[in-house]
Design a protein around this ligand. Structure first.
Ligand code: ADP
Ligand code: MG
Length: 295
């Protein structure tokens, strides 16, 4: 199904060839084949998504399958790391939001925990606040009624790291984000100083620019927040792994210490040698895993 202008590539973290599952032909298969939440699938229909786009057809089966089903390796990682390169406007956002929300719901079902007891499960990194905002509102529509909370990170926001934090938390409503802070201050060189009052927010999926998150982590002086993160998405990964952002992105990657971290990278171009850069990051993680932990 690969057309010349659209290329979906999947890499297992060990570099072996993936066994491509059958492309998704309809959103109904999310339910019938991959057991995705009924509510999530209903939300797709409600928002007018009738048929998956090509990148969704290719990505979703890989991202919704356990690793053992899409590689010929026998290791106990439950998901593959992933790189998709597909043009702007091809529907990459849903390609990562659906599996991310689904993974959180599946985990929740497994652990029988209440929604508000789970620590932060996923981070979506985007190079600009404007893009982060779009992703968050798309995610909120998609997750409506599932109990999965998607939050656009803002200056002055604190994210609760543990369930015990939530009891003192002043919940802010993730559904209706205030727009005023989000003007065109884009990204990398965002201001560090910030005197806004801090509100503690609970999030399952945090959407943020690398700089906003790093500023928060530096301010908090705690590494509690990121070890629970099991899904890290690099949207516009070519930009996030390019010179301007690379160090910031690497800083966040290094703090996501979960052994079951799944990395999904989406890009409109093969620019800045994204494939090699991503493989480098994955190899670094593997080496770190095999060496003793500094803690
Ligand atoms: P990309 O990130 O690849 O540039 P987006 O995820 O932003 O693309 O999607 C581009 C547009 O296509 C958005 O307006 C989105 O709502 C719409 N879209 C995504 N998937 C579908 C689909 N399956 N059917 C119809 N429209 C879709
Ligand atoms: Mg996009």
């Amino acid at each position: 199904k690969d057309k010349k202008k659209q290329k979906v590539e999947a890499k297992a973290s060990d570099g072996k060839q993936p066994l491509y599952p059958r492309p998704l032909t309809s959103f109904n298969e999310l339910r019938s084949v991959y057991n995705v939440s009924t509510r999530l699938v209903a939300n797709l229909a409600e928002h007018g998504y009738r048929l998956p786009t090509e990148v969704q057809m290719g990505s979703l089966p890989l991202l919704l399958s356990p690793k053992s089903a899409v590689t010929d390796t026998l290791d106990n990682a439950d998901h593959v790391n992933f790189l998709a390169v597909a043009p702007t406007g091809s529907g990459k956002t849903l390609s990562f939001l659906i599996p991310t929300i689904n993974r959180i719901l599946a985990q929740r079902k497994q652990s029988q925990e209440k929604g508000n007891k789970q620590p932060l499960a996923a981070i979506v990194l985007a190079p600009t606040r404007e893009l982060a905002h779009q992703i968050a509102s798309e995610g909120q529509k998609l997750a409506a009624g599932t109990g999965v909370k998607i939050v656009m990170f803002k200056k002055g926001m604190r994210i609760a790291a543990e369930s015990s934090d939530i009891e003192v938390a002043q919940e802010s409503d993730g559904e209706s984000d205030d727009e005023e802070e989000d003007e065109d201050e884009s990204d990398a060189a965002s201001d560090v100083n910030n005197t806004a009052p801090l509100t503690l927010t609970k999030a399952d999926i945090l959407v943020t620019t690398p700089m906003l998150l790093l500023n928060f982590l530096n301010r908090e002086k705690t590494k509690k927040l990121l070890p629970s993160v099991r899904t890290l998405i690099l949207d516009e990964g070519d930009v996030l792994l390019d010179e301007l952002f690379r160090e910031q992105t690497q800083g966040i990657l290094a703090s996501c210490t979960s052994e079951s971290l799944q990395i999904m990278c989406f890009s409109a171009t093969m620019g800045s040698n994204i494939e090699a850069l991503l493989m480098q990051e994955l190899e670094k993680r593997q080496q770190d895993e095999s060496s003793p932990s500094p803690l």
